[in-house]
Write a protein that binds this ligand. Structure first.
Ligand code: ATP
Length: 256
């Protein structure tokens, strides 16, 4: 892959948990290049190491071997403070269960990390960025709502706004639809498609082939090894069924 087009890269990435006896070797020599603007999906059976891969390439956890580079900068050698700054300013995160502060309304929950990511730009700039994001993802009317007054799908769209508020270059998502019913899942994946079309690189873990079809490429992990990858091209609503059938056939061959 042309160096200029690579956003995120891992080489010989490994992760072993020494907290168990014997130690658990979870990732074994993962070589991965994610193109700038690519929507990459990580699949594999339960326990294959998907979340561990996401945490290791995003600096949420330290790998035990190999290295990770983001936009040409090696992350694995950074200290904790530098790594926190990279996470805050260059990365966004969406998890299965959104964690929001219950004493703040929806907008202030989104605003908080935006202010921390770019304090010099000032509050006014952060507020207008957050308002534009809430408008874009259809939750502008929920600004003053408490976090218990909105649906799971709306809350997950608020998570996406929060993750994008610091203008990251990569958005990491771990089972973002795992706790949602199918209509909420579609509304959240429409938001991811919108983020993707806006040019943000996305790395998403999911076990759901109907969600995975939103990606450009799916990689498959087995016992911590990247065993296969499939380019599925740009998602369009009319192609969803064909893509899902193709993906399911591939996954079946892999024993999923
Ligand atoms: N902190 C930890 N200490 C010890 N072992 C761990 C730790 N975190 C994860 N593991 C183990 O690492 C393996 C991979 O876990 P991981 O959560 O990455 O898998 P996964 O593919 O995301 O699974 P799932 O689809 O069930 O979420 C599992 O065997 C898990 O028990």
């Amino acid at each position: 892959m042309d160096e200029a087009t690579v956003s995120l890269e891992s080489r010989e990435l490994s992760k072993t948990y020494f907290s168990s006896e014997p130690p658990t070797e979870v990732l074994r020599g993962i070589d991965l290049s994610v193109r700038a603007g690519e929507f990459l999906v990580v699949m594999g059976a339960s326990g294959s190491g998907k979340s561990t891969l996401l945490y290791s390439i995003s600096g949420m956890d330290r790998p035990t071997g190999g290295n990770v580079t983001l936009e040409g900068r090696e992350l694995t050698s950074l200290g904790d403070a530098e790594m926190s700054t990279v996470r805050l300013t260059r990365m966004g995160f969406v998890f299965q269960q959104p964690h929001f502060l219950s004493n703040l309304d929806v907008r202030d929950n989104i605003l908080l990390p935006a202010l921390r990511a770019a304090p010099k730009k000032g509050r006014e700039a952060a507020v207008s960025r957050v308002d534009a994001l809430m408008e874009r993802f259809g939750i502008a009317h929920l600004k003053k709502h408490g976090i218990t007054q909105v649906s799971g799908g709306q809350l997950q769209r608020a998570s996406i706004c929060r993750a994008l508020a610091g203008e990251p270059s990569v958005l990491f998502a771990d089972e973002p639809t795992g706790a949602l019913n199918s209509s909420m899942s579609t509304e959240v994946m429409d938001a991811f498609t919108d983020v993707h079309r806006g040019g943000t690189t996305i790395v998403m873990v999911t076990h759901d082939p109907g969600v995975a079809v939103r990606g450009d490429r799916v990689i498959y992990l087995r016992d911590g090894v990247l065993v296969d990858a499939r380019e599925i091209g740009a998602w369009e609503p009319g192609t969803a069924q064909r893509r899902e059938d193709d993906l399911l056939a591939w996954l079946r061959d892999l024993g999923f």
